[in-house]
Ligand binder design. Structure first.
Ligand SMILES: [Mg+2]
Length: 308
């Protein structure tokens, strides 16, 4: 089945912008509460004493397990410790520049014990959405991700799927997607992260700024499929035998991994001081992290202390 990356049907006329109807299978996009640190000196209210039980652990990848092509110190041992404790373990990434299989192989090449069923990516959630809603994807994604969508539905109804396309975010490609959206195609965002720590050590633009540009231009809201969508966390928790309130997210993104996870119903979220973390990130969003820890090793120790 061909990947829907070619141009859509010619646009004969551009009708007035229509606000998208709510999607029937996924929750609305999240709007996170932004905490103005400049206006409040109050530290985040940690509530570690209130932690009662943790049975499921969601680990972010980039900035937590690895940075670039290098596994972070203690990451492999931390995963082993969490497994030995009998915790339900899943790897949740908003990375949209690689297929799920490539993500798995990258983890395994770093010495991490991991199974394909333990890895959750936004593209996986998007494929499930497309199949369920019988839509053909119109892809504005990284070239390395396109093969992930080769088995998706084909119909005369499109859904524009936007991820971190990297250099494919040209004016022409964005404008094509814009015009497809104007024709009434559904609008899916694989992730809305603002930035990521690039291979040169500096922050680079992630998918979020480009998705928001399309939202601004079309006056529509994309349906978010990756973190911190509640449906993404719920799918990852399948088989855990517990609710989101007994799950902890470990991440380096104070907005998406931490505040967003808590907003979506996770019981706990730990912010690590690795990856894209910057001082005072924990003050920037509400709700604040359950706790801030140095790295994945201290996160594992924290979790094991609270696992019954
Ligand atoms: Mg990360």
């Amino acid at each position: 089945m061909a990947i829907a990356e070619s141009e859509p049907e010619p646009i004969k006329s551009i009708s007035p912008v229509k606000i998208a109807e709510p999607f029937n299978s996924l929750s609305s996009p999240l709007i996170l509460g932004h905490f103005d640190a400049a206006q409040s000196k109050a530290p985040p209210v940690f509530h570690t004493s209130e932690v009662s039980m943790i049975n499921a652990v969601f680990l972010d990848l980039s900035g937590v397990i690895y940075q670039g092509k290098t596994v972070l110190p203690g990451a492999c041992d931390a995963v082993v410790q969490l497994r030995r404790a009998g915790l339900f373990l899943r790897f949740l990434t908003n990375t949209t520049r690689a297929t799920k299989q490539a993500v798995l192989e990258n983890l395994q090449s770093m010495g991490l014990e991991c199974d394909i069923c333990e890895v959750f990516t936004p593209a996986q959630a998007a494929c499930a959405w497309l199949r369920h809603n019988k839509r053909t994807p119109y892809l504005l994604v990284h070239p390395d991700l396109k093969e992930e969508f080769q088995d998706c539905s084909v119909s005369n109804q499109y859904a524009v799927v936007v991820g971190d396309a990297g250099h494919a975010f040209s004016y022409d490609e964005l404008n094509k997607a814009f015009r497809v959206l104007l024709q009434g195609a559904d609008f899916l965002a694989l992730a809305e992260n603002r930035n990521f720590k690039d291979s040169d050590g500096c922050l680079s633009l992630d998918a979020g700024p480009f998705i928001h540009a399309l939202e601004f231009a079309t006056r529509r809201s994309a349906t978010l499929l990756g973190k911190p969508s509640r449906s993404f966390f719920e799918a990852a928790l399948d088989g855990a035998g517990c609710g989101l309130d007994q799950a902890v997210m470990v991440g380096d993104d104070a907005e998406s991994d931490v505040s967003g996870a808590l907003h979506s119903g996770l019981g706990y979220a730990l912010l690590v001081r690795t990856g894209k973390y910057r001082p005072n990130d924990e003050l920037a969003f509400s709700p604040p992290p359950t706790d801030v820890v140095d790295d994945i090793s201290t996160a594992a120790s924290w979790i094991l202390d609270h696992h019954k």
